[in-house]
Design a protein around this ligand. Sequence first.
Ligand code: HEM
Ligand code: HEM
Length: 230
Amino acid sequence: MALSAPATPFTYVTHFLAIAGLVLVLVWTLHFRGGFAWDAENKNLIFNLHPFLMLVGFIVIGGEAIISYKSLPFRKDVNKLIHLVLHAIAIILGIVGIYTAFKYHNESGIANLYSLHSWLGIGIIVLYFIQWLYGFVVFFYPGGSGSLRGGSLPWHVVFGITVFALAVGNASLGLLEKLTFLESSGLAKYGSEAFLVNFTAIVTILFGVFVILSVLSEGPAQGDHSYSAI
Ligand code: HEM
Ligand code: HEM
């Protein structure tokens, strides 16, 4: 089930959008929102870690992990190791990123888990972890039988793309929510910061689109576009 188009150009666009997203979120958090802190009087600096870690740690590294089979020139087993390690890094940074949102809420006396964004967020990180664990056990160690691997792989791909797409959607929801909070406390609706936040969401969504296009198109030179669970 591959598009008859080579994945490589899509993977280049994906990398470019990853860098653009990184730059935009850093300009927002560092230049407009005062930077990062783990412990501070100004609790907003603790919050700022949340969008940064979720976008760069969870979504960008998670997306790069997904396209590793298409973007890297190595053998299948090397790409597989990189795929699983990058996903592990994404999950760890995602957990730390969610922790910073809770830390900010707790230290500022704000309630936890009241929003759609936060409910979806918990669901997504749990599903992502289940996907990782299943992938690890079936495709890496101890590894399932040939028929289990073969039967699982299409599910792994569909489930993986679905959870990733949900994460991209939820990041947009988070950006919208934060911008709405800021606008209701006076931030200019047509100001440069509002545009910056909206463009960050657009770049994040485009990044998601190009990750999925990369997955659905034909792999590099090995000529292997059919999914093989080896
Ligand atoms: C897929 C990525 C993301 C996930 C899984 C996620 C998850 C979460 C979770 C679980 C909370 C609840 C914390 C608590 O109740 O104490 C939260 C809070 C928050 N997040 Fe995110 N987040 C993501 C990305 C973002 C981004 C990119 C922004 C942009 C600013 C953002 C903005 C917020 C805001 C404003 C809150 C506090 C209000 C609320 O609880 O809804 N999030 N996030
Ligand atoms: C949350 C973590 C994970 C997600 C979201 C995920 C997602 C994906 C996606 C979307 C693909 C399709 C890639 C493509 O065909 O270009 C894929 C392929 C694959 N993944 Fe994962 N994966 C995860 C973790 C793992 C783990 C831990 C393993 C264990 C080694 C693994 C093994 C594989 C294998 C063997 C393929 C087949 C590649 C091919 O033959 O084309 N995945 N994964």
